[in-house]
Design a protein around this ligand. Sequence first.
Ligand SMILES: NC(=O)c1ccc[n+]([C@@H]2O[C@H](COP(=O)([O-])OP(=O)(O)OC[C@H]3O[C@@H](n4cnc5c(N)ncnc54)[C@H](OP(=O)(O)O)[C@@H]3O)[C@@H](O)[C@H]2O)c1
Length: 310
Amino acid sequence: MRAIVQTAYGDPGVLELTEDRPDPEPGPGEVRIRVRAAGVNPTDWKHRAAPLFVDRLPLVLGWDVAGIVDQVGYGVTILEEGDEVFGMLPYPHGVGGYAEYVLAPARSMVRKPENIDFVQAAALPLASLTAWQALNDTAHVSVGQRVLIQGAAGGVGHLAVQIAARLGAKVIGTASEQDLEYVRELGATEALDYHTADIRALKDVDAALVPFTGDARLDSLSTLRRDGNFVTLARTEPGGPEERLAAERGVRYKTLLVQSDHAGMQVIADMARSGALRAKIHDALPLSQAAEAHRLGEAGQIDGKLVLVV
Ligand SMILES: NC(=O)c1ccc[n+]([C@@H]2O[C@H](COP(=O)([O-])OP(=O)(O)OC[C@H]3O[C@@H](n4cnc5c(N)ncnc54)[C@H](OP(=O)(O)O)[C@@H]3O)[C@@H](O)[C@H]2O)c1
């Protein structure tokens, strides 16, 4: 089969198209998916550049997939050959979506709504699951709460704004000036330019989702009410300034690493079906241009999600 394989860590040039990788065979509980589109996320280029959570070569990247089930392993009852599905492969070790075929635990996938195409479906899973697991499962966001979403026009953020709004929250989103109107259109009640606004002026925020480190994280922490929920997507130094500030202020501080999640994917599929959740697509490139997709993404030259068409 065709796949993008890397045999070394390094710059995007290590991503090479091969035509002769063996077709995988599904084991117990697995389905084989004929991949039609594979989403590209920042974690892909981080894993390409150096060992992160996964340290094995040769490596096929890609956690986000949308495609058609073409073989079903022993014991799988919820999917059948021919089903159009999408989902996130088990993060981090189940990676391998930049390929013609990939194996997935059946319950990492759900049926793709008919009203979204494979490109849209491949753009959604990892970033939407991150937002859902942060806002719903971790911060328990409920109707009427004030929720701060940093990076609200980004890959995770633009989906998080839609999800938080769907949960009935009043969303405060941060973005660059040119994206503020877009963030309001996504459902935010307030949009702040993160280059100029003093985030610390916000008070009594119930929950915050912050993908970044540094001042953005510390400043966001100071906006939360006592017993508020703070979710970070980046590593925190144990006992460092963030944990100290959270303890001082009585804020619940959690670091989230996204997980494969059947129930979460079902919610995402339902929201996509109803039109409440839609990924902004920057571009869909052929699989052979995976290296170019990484170059664009890594250089921050994208506005929305990048998807590889297989
Ligand atoms: N832990 C996990 O499970 C998990 C899951 C998903 C993602 N992540 C991580 O979360 C980060 C964001 O991912 P993504 O897909 O959303 O990336 P992305 O698509 O590159 O989006 C980042 C967005 O954040 C904005 N931004 C940058 N610095 C900011 C700041 N200081 N304050 C507010 N906004 C800021 C950028 O705006 P401008 O371009 O206008 O500057 C951009 O719109 C990445 O590091 C990724 O690896 C972690």
